[in-house]
Design a binder for this molecule. Structure first.
Ligand code: KG4
Ligand code: ZN
Length: 344
């Protein structure tokens, strides 16, 4: 007899995430309690190339997937038999990387008769707000997903009911952090390094451009900002001046944060939601948290951020998103494929 639980809150879901450069697995209960959350980062190998090399990412996922899932089950004190379902990221992301996680999830789920759901990575980031932490937003809320691959605004009406309001036309905010870090000779990923240097810099020393895009106020563009930083760096180098890395980082970060905060608040007002959520790797940024919280308060709005360990890619958010898909019976069949582009 197996020990699968039936109550929605008690049932255990295994979440598998391999959309980019983290091989991650977690066991989460239906109520959002995280029993284990294992992340094998590939940052060290990709940092040698200054960014993610898709082929290497796929190979590393193949190496890591068995030990990572095994560890997640062991730390949660459960076996395949105690699970109620399995959730794997189906997209968007790097195809070769996604295939590893989804194929592994299929191989676990179908022979053991477990339901399998294919989670949208973006939805999972937005639902990470319900993992850990005490303060939780109420539906509907305005959600900003801000990561290395995405910068998008959503009206989130329910766990699986999200409407895209706008997204980036070129670089994602995290990508801009990574590219600016590279041009300053800083390591990958750029976000945490720039954020640390920015703390000691003057955010007003360089006035970098903000792309407000008045014709589509909920869209973003960060490529002009990246080019402006590059031109500033070149001008400083030509003048023989030493690069004021801390001031450049602070001024660049301020421009990104200003745009993200302003557009999210504008979207919240347009949608009439009181609560706003920022999720994804860049939502770990201290200055973003500070500015969004301050500006939200000024407007009588509330801003929520996931605990730091759930900002960057993880299996817990995938498992938790899977909980709602299981409940709705949105399941995958053995022929299901991954998708690389935004499907939401
Ligand atoms: O969500 P994530 O792990 O992966 C994607 O889905 O893309 O986000 C990774 C991105 C990287 O671009 C990284 O530079 C950025 O998040 N990031 C940050 C910070 N921590 C990570 N950006 C700004 N400030 C941070 N503290
Ligand atoms: Zn992500």
């Amino acid at each position: 007899m197996n020990s699968r639980k039936d109550s929605a809150d008690d049932r255990l879901i295994l979440g598998i995430e391999t959309s980019c450069d983290e091989t991650a697995a977690a066991v989460v209960s239906g109520s959002g309690k995280v029993l284990s959350n294992v992340v094998a980062s590939q940052i060290e190998i990709h940092s040698r190339f200054g960014g993610i090399v898709p082929e290497i990412a796929s190979r590393k996922h193949v190496e890591a997937i068995v030990p990572v899932v095994d560890q997640a089950l062991t730390e949660a004190g459960c076996t395949i038999g105690s699970l109620s379902g399995i959730a794997a990221t189906q997209g968007p992301g790097l195809v070769g990387a996604l295939v590893v996680g989804l194929s592994f999830a299929k191989a676990l789920a179908f022979p053991s008769g477990l339901p399998l759901c294919g989670v949208n990575h973006i939805q999972a980031h937005l639902l990470s707000i319900f993992l850990g932490g005490e303060a939780r937003p109420a539906f509907p809320f305005t959600g900003l997903v801000v990561s290395g691959g995405h910068t998008s605004l959503y009206l989130v009406r329910g766990p699986l009911d999200m409407e895209l309001l706008g997204s980036t036309r070129d670089d994602a905010a995290g990508e801009a952090f990574d590219k600016v870090a590279k041009l300053l000779g800083l390591p990958y990923p750029g976000g945490p390094v720039i954020s640390a240097l920015a703390e000691k810099g003057n955010p007003d020393l360089f006035r970098f451009p903000r792309a407000w895009l008045p014709d589509s106020p909920f869209d973003f563009s960060f490529s002009g900002l990246k080019t402006a930083v590059l031109q500033q760096v070149k001008a400083l180098e030509e003048s023989g001046a030493e690069l004021p890395a801390e001031d450049l980082c602070a001024s660049f970060q301020e421009a990104v944060v200003d745009v993200l905060a302003e557009k999210t608040i504008k979207a919240a007002k347009a949608c009439g939601t009181k609560d706003m959520v920022a999720a994804g790797g860049v939502s770990a940024n201290k200055r973003l948290r500070q500015v969004m919280s301050e500006r939200a308060e000024e407007k009588g709005l509330s801003c929520f951020f996931p605990p730091l360990e759930y900002c960057t890619d993880n299996g817990a958010m995938v498992a938790y998103a899977g909980r709602f898909m299981l409940e709705e019976g949105i399941l995958l069949t053995p022929d299901a494929d991954v998708y690389s582009r935004l499907a939401l």
